[in-house]
Ligand binder design. Structure first.
Ligand SMILES: [Zn+2]
Ligand SMILES: [Zn+2]
Ligand SMILES: [Zn+2]
Ligand SMILES: [Zn+2]
Length: 755
């Protein structure tokens, strides 16, 4: 099989060195105007690569795996307890999980898909996930559920529509059912639902319709002046206020199958995969699948080939072209030659606009790029990616037909040039979104997690302690912000939308800064400058880089006391700072006596983590943690890391049945206080890392064993508000179910969090 690196390696040798960069069009032209023999080989390689990436699955084997999961699910579902509520729920969740596996493994075998969906819908409905159950019935019908049994699914959909209060769908399904020959049991159900429909209709006609006010916070303007494009506050902004929200048309998930491809939702109880591309693309709902249909029709073949993960930023560049090309086409069709077409578009890109009202396509067109400063090999690499994707669009999709253009050769050049241009822009303007996820050892339908949809059992909150980078987004409005190592903003993602909050008080006329690297608390000046130079081609002269002690705060999280001479030192090399995260065994040496540190305490504490179900081991761990103070100073990063590991391990042990006594709670509360204070100092109390650690506080508070001040509770409620919609729902429910009642009992009334 050919690999990308092998093909790019060989193609690279066919392409001449690009001595002087003109623009994206001229760069891709180089790949199209090679001497005949070389050109032929070059093109062959691209095609051979695309062919060889085809990944054909044995559908018979897939169907068998799917069936076996479904049958396992059926067995669990049928044997569910009719008397014990919590046993019944656990069986339901397990059955749902097995049905999801059946759906994912069925690939494109329709009879397996339709049975998998039909059965999952049944279990989901019983668990109370009506929206998901409704969609599953629809999927089962789509994949050819037997006609003579369809009334079962329609009845289920009618029931779900009733639960969801959807009058339109309910009446639609009921009228269909009225036309059918039904047995007595179904007639009875039908009559009950008809009564419910009447009730719903009466209710809805008496309720006034709520008007949704759109949230607009116009407090800044983007300026274009001598400093280039940048953002300035037009009035003073309080710390924590939303400065603006940007909703992007264009993002890609960073990992296959983890979040909804359309809305980026990460709480997926019942993922609906595209059945054509090996479960790499999933949706939270049929509606999302439909909204993404056109874009996905251009990407499905690529996902099937697993082409996009190989290409990194160029995938998002392709997505940009797919999203905005219609808007850009207005300019592109005007010119008569390919050069003229390109010039028309670039003339438009060079102008200044009222950025706050410009369309996203226009904003994107105008984003900066540093391809002109890139080394030849870097430039050729991105040009090869762009070429590959353009050939892919032509060979594997109907993109060109949809575009409706003739002069094929010209458009090959233009599309490749646009992909290259977007990649160049994204290299210095692209954003990566993070979110809180269920930790990877658990799955959404874990039977011990849920009491009801979006309602966790007591003591399960800490399972949502994982923070991951989930999306790569194009946010051209945010990209107007210049860099500073201490940013004035904080970003919170909710799917495709990003809220930009003031991280500090910002005065009128003050410039608003984003941070393109790790900030000054989490990186040394040298680390940042290297990255800024490499990617963004400039040197930062912000106050944190030019002061007399630029690394003081960063180093304060990394100070050790020498085990031999008691001298206080920091590591000397960059890679030594987070040595515990690296695979290789790094020797950390004292800067004074040069002795290699033994770090025996590290091994001792790590070893106890695995046995936190045993009280004696936990005691040992608490003691070992206390002793860290001798070797790790202040809020040392490693100490925070170990605190997090220890608390997580203990809460997991408790969730698995370990019993805690007062000493446990006291010790854990103390360690948690240190952890939260340290993470607030290092990342900020509104960072996702901090919020992920609040899950520990929420569990301890829910047990009634952590004394929360009303101020702390307020901080928890504020932090929860920064979460994406679905995740927030889980956190708010947990807070209201277990913490608010306790705090109300302790005299903190009115502490209810709002979803
Ligand atoms: Zn979605
Ligand atoms: Zn697909
Ligand atoms: Zn700086
Ligand atoms: Zn020493």
């Amino acid at each position: 099989m050919l690999t990308l690196s092998k093909v790019f390696g060989e193609q690279n040798e066919l392409v001449p060195f690009i001595a002087s960069y003109k623009n994206e069009l001229e760069t891709v032209k180089v790949l199209h105007t090679l001497p005949a023999a070389k050109q032929q080989r070059f093109n062959e390689l691209t095609h051979e690569l695309l062919d060889s990436l085809d990944d054909v699955h044995d559908l018979k084997a897939c169907a068998e795996r799917s069936r076996s999961n479904r049958e396992h699910g059926n067995a669990v579902y049928t044997k569910r307890s009719k008397t014990n509520e919590s046993d019944r729920r656990e069986s339901l969740l397990l059955a749902c999980h097995l049905y999801t596996q059946a759906i994912l493994q069925a690939e494109n075998v329709h009879e397996e898909l339709c049975l998998g969906y039909a059965n999952r819908g049944m279990a989901l409905q019983e668990f109370g996930l009506y929206k998901e159950a409704y969609d599953d019935c629809e999927c089962a019908l789509e994949y050819g559920y037997p006609q003579k049994l369809q009334h079962k699914l329609i009845m289920r959909q009618a029931h779900c529509a009733w639960q969801l209060g959807d009058v339109h769908k309910l009446s639609e399904h009921l009228s269909w059912l009225e036309q059918q020959q039904l047995n007595a049991g179904y007639v009875n159900q039908l009559e009950q639902l008809q009564q419910q429909l009447t009730k719903l209709q009466e209710q809805q006609s008496s309720e006034p319709k709520e008007e949704l006010a759109s949230e607009q916070v116009p407090s800044l303007s983007a300026h274009s002046g001598i400093k280039g494009r940048h953002m300035v506050a037009t009035q003073s902004i309080q710390s924590g206020d939303i400065i603006f929200k940007e909703q992007t048309a264009c993002f890609v998930p960073l990992e296959p199958g983890l979040i909804c491809q359309q809305c980026a939702a990460s709480v997926l109880y019942a993922p609906i995969p595209c059945s054509q591309c090996h479960q790499r693309v999933v949706y939270c709902s049929r509606r999302c699948r439909q909204l993404n249909e056109q874009i996905h029709s251009y990407e499905c073949a690529g996902y099937k080939k697993n082409l996009f993960t190989l290409l990194g930023v160029s995938h998002l560049a392709l997505r940009m072209v797919l999203c905005y090309v219609q808007e850009w086409q207005t300019e592109l069709v005007r010119g008569s030659s390919v050069q003229e077409k390109w010039k028309m578009l670039m003339d438009k890109a060079r102008k200044c606009y009222d950025w706050s009202s410009a369309s996203q396509g226009l904003l994107s067109l105008c984003m900066m790029s540093h391809l002109d400063k890139a080394a030849s090999e870097e430039l050729i690499y991105y040009a090869l990616c762009a070429n590959l994707l353009q050939v892919y669009l032509h060979k594997c999709t109907n993109f060109y037909e949809q575009l409706g253009v003739d002069a094929r050769e010209d458009w090959d050049l233009l599309i490749a040039a646009l992909i290259l241009r977007c990649a160049g822009q994204l290299l210095c303007n692209g954003h990566v979104g993070d979110t809180i996820l269920l930790r990877s050892q658990c799955h959404m339908m874990e039977s011990k997690l849920w009491r009801a949809p979006f309602r966790l059992h007591l003591g399960q909150m800490h399972k949502f302690d994982s923070v991951a980078l989930t999306t790569a987004l194009n946010l051209p409005y945010l990209a107007l912000c210049n860099h500073a190592c201490a940013p004035s903003i904080r970003l919170h993602c909710d799917g495709r939308a990003v809220s930009c909050l003031a991280a500090k008080q910002i005065e009128a006329d003050e410039e608003i800064f984003n941070c393109y690297t790790l900030d000054y608390r989490n990186s040394s000046c040298a680390m940042r400058q290297a990255q800024l130079q490499q990617t963004f081609k400039f040197r930062c002269k912000c106050i944190n880089c030019t002061g007399s002690k630029p690394d003081e705060i960063f180093l304060s999280f990394n100070r050790y006391r020498c085990e031999f001479c008691a001298h206080i030192f920091v590591p000397s090399k960059q890679e030594e700072f987070k040595w515990w995260e690296s695979e290789s065994n790094l020797a950390i040496k004292c800067s004074k006596c040069q002795a290699t540190q033994l770090f025996n305490w590290y091994g001792i504490l790590r070893n106890t983590l695995e046995f936190c179900s045993e009280q004696q081991q936990r005691r040992k761990a608490y003691k070992a943690f206390e002793e860290l103070d001798t070797w790790l100073l202040d809020y040392h990063s490693l100490k925070l890391h170990l605190a997090q590991q220890l608390i997580a391990a203990c809460l997991t042990a408790k969730a698995d049945g370990a019993t805690f006594d007062d000493i446990d709670y006291k010790q854990l509360s103390r360690i948690l206080d240190h952890l939260l204070a340290g993470v607030a100092a290092q990342h900020g109390a509104d960072s996702m890392t901090y919020i992920s650690h609040l899950t520990y506080l929420m569990d301890l508070a829910a047990f009634g064993k952590y004394k929360c001040s009303s101020e702390q509770l307020r901080a928890v409620r504020t932090a929860i508000n920064y979460l994406p919609t679905d995740t927030k729902r889980i956190f708010v429910n947990y807070y209201n179910d277990f913490i608010e009642q306790r705090s109300a009992a302790n005299g903190n009334a009115n502490a209810n969090a709002n979803a």
